[in-house]
Ligand binder design. Structure first.
Ligand SMILES: NC(=O)C1=CN([C@@H]2O[C@H](COP(=O)(O)OP(=O)(O)OC[C@H]3O[C@@H](n4cnc5c(N)ncnc54)[C@H](OP(=O)(O)O)[C@@H]3O)[C@@H](O)[C@H]2O)[C@@H](O)CC1
Ligand SMILES: Nc1ncnc2c1ncn2[C@@H]1O[C@H](COP(=O)(O)OP(=O)(O)O)[C@@H](O)[C@H]1O
Ligand SMILES: [K+]
Length: 467
């Protein structure tokens, strides 16, 4: 699992670790890691280092000494000459760095304006530097975090740097993983400075290809010699309507691609006939299931369908139209799967509000409904009270295609029917859904049907540690 920690936790870990080491060792580790990450800068090329008032600037100043040692030239811009890491500045200038008034034509840039001590938003000189980066497009490496973002909240309320890469120290930060701030970080490289053993519970985590073991609770039947389809679980699907018949097919396709042993479909006679025609393995009509999926393309019936599913007292995935009919709170394990527009409607706010603070709004909804909230998007979030929030890093923007959400809801329901907690079911479904899109076509268009078709292979590769 890839983890990100809060600024407060990082500070506490740093204090504990620093107390066991001679002064300045941590900054030296950070500076060396930063210089190593800049190994591609050719000898003789010129780097501009934008230096802020704190230790973030210090890291870059010491990294500059390593760059200068191997023949890279370094110019320095100081945010505040009175407030700069003095030893770092002395070391960098002694090694040959020049202080200049403003960035000009440099093709390489080190953003060391602000790190984890930042109040979000850049002003004055720092805002001018961010504008220069946006206009001149030098290859920009952010030190620890892109300056100006909200490090824990992953929001971008003011001016900030947009980097090509970020070299971060000790652990990831929420801002590097979650949207809307993640694009400002570019490619993220983690430098180990020894904080690991001193860090507490993460603020955010992301499933990695090596985390196939997370599926284990849904696969206990695999080793059971007397296993049969019902031991794998049955997932019930109430999806689709006259208007959105395709959602029924796509949700069923997602459900069939999962770990459950059988899919039941409940809908009108006409829709049931179509679904069974297309997917002969599906059993139509009410019956015993271990989890329900309600809402994809559900149209006017979604409220009734949700009420009917909730009567069974079973885990439930609530998607699309069913999100308009939520009970005050959930008494069964529930996974709600809104996109930003649906979450905005649930909370009575604007879509822009959700998009500018997805973590905050998904968390608010998870607490309000006592449910797991999976907020769909480029970096899908899965939030459950008293669990570490997960962010999904798989897939590409090609996944934003009609019906992809229907497949996701069906697949997550299948994992829940096999016994997974909604937090694991939702985050694994998002992970495998993105991985399946990459299997189907990593760099180009694809349909939701393609994603559903690739899910079984993506799951097998994940289980085999081959993703
Ligand atoms: N933790 C670790 O393990 C390690 C950390 N290391 C490094 O240290 C970095 C953290 O350093 P840091 O604490 O000095 O904070 P940093 O962000 O450089 O600057 C704070 C200063 O900026 C100011 N300021 C704030 N917001 C502002 C704004 N919007 N506009 C203008 N000014 C603003 C703020 O002023 P104040 O809030 O006091 O008014 C204060 O003076 C960390 O990211 C990493 O790079 C490594 O060396 C290795 C080990
Ligand atoms: N820019 C994007 N990058 C990656 N994935 C995306 C992006 N936009 C949407 N997605 C994913 O595509 C799916 C879209 O679901 P949804 O909005 O419900 O669409 P639909 O209702 O058409 O099925 C979700 O899994 C979402 O996370
Ligand atoms: K920075």
């Amino acid at each position: 699992m890839l983890t990100a920690h809060s600024v407060a936790d990082i500070r506490a870990a740093e204090e504990t670790l620093a107390a066991t080491l001679p002064d300045g060792v941590l900054m030296q580790r950070a500076a060396r890691g930063l210089a190593e990450a800049l190994a591609d800068v050719p000898t003789g090329d010129l780097v501009i280092a934008l230096i802020g008032p704190g230790n973030n600037g210090g890291d870059a100043l010491f990294a500059a000494t390593h760059l200068l040692d191997r023949g890279v030239r370094v110019d320095l811009c100081l945010f505040d000459e009175q407030k700069v890491h003095a030893e770092g500045l002395a070391a960098a200038t002694a090694a040959g760095a020049q202080v200049v008034a403003a960035p000009t034509q440099q093709r390489w840039c080190l953003d060391a304006v602000l790190g984890i001590g930042a109040r979000p938003g850049l002003e004055g000189k720092a805002a001018d530097w961010a504008a220069w980066i946006a206009e001149q497009r030098p290859f920009t490496v952010a030190v620890d975090v892109p300056s100006g973002v909200d490090v824990d909240g992953a929001t971008t309320p003011g001016t900030h740097v947009r980097a090509d890469a970020t070299v971060t120290f000790g652990t990831h930060k929420a801002a590097l993983l979650a949207d809307p701030s993640a694009p400002a970080a570019g490619d993220v490289h983690l430098v180990d400075i020894g904080l690991g053993p001193h860090l507490g519970e993460p603020l955010l985590e992301a499933i990695e290809p090596s985390d196939g073991h997370l599926l284990a609770p849904a696969l206990e039947w695999l080793d059971d010699p007397r296993a049969h389809k019902y031991k794998r679980g049955v997932v019930g699907v109430m999806a689709g309507s006259e208007q959105y018949a395709g959602a029924a097919h796509l949700c069923v396709a997602g459900a069939q691609a999962g770990t459950a042993g059988m899919v039941r479909f409940v809908g009108s006679d006409a829709l049931s006939a179509r679904v069974v025609d297309r997917a002969p393995e599906v059993v139509a009509g009410r019956g015993r299931v271990q989890a329900w999926v309600v809402g994809p393309g559900g149209g006017d019936d979604a409220g009734e369908q949700l009420a009917s599913a909730l009567e069974d007292d079973l885990p439930v995935v609530v998607d699309a139209s069913a999100l308009e009919h939520l009970p005050t709170t959930f008494l069964v394990p529930a996974l709600l799967t809104p996109h930003a527009g649906e979450l905005a409607a649930m909370l009575g706010v604007d879509r822009d509000d959700v998009e500018s603070d997805p973590l905050g709004h998904a968390t608010q909804a998870a607490f309000r409904w006592g449910a797991t909230v999976l907020l769909k998007g480029r970096r899908t979030l899965v939030v459950t009270q008293s669990r570490v929030t997960r962010v999904n890093l798989t897939g590409s923007s090609w996944l934003g295609t009609a019906g992809a959400g229907d497949v996701l809801a069906g697949f997550a329901g299948s994992l829940m029917a096999s016994g997974l907690h909604p937090h694991d079911a939702g985050s694994l479904a998002a992970f495998l859904h993105g991985a399946a899109a990459d299997v189907a076509n990593p760099d180009g268009p694809l349909t939701a049907t393609d994603v559903a078709a690739a899910l079984p292979v993506a799951t097998a590769e994940f289980l085999g540690g081959r993703l």
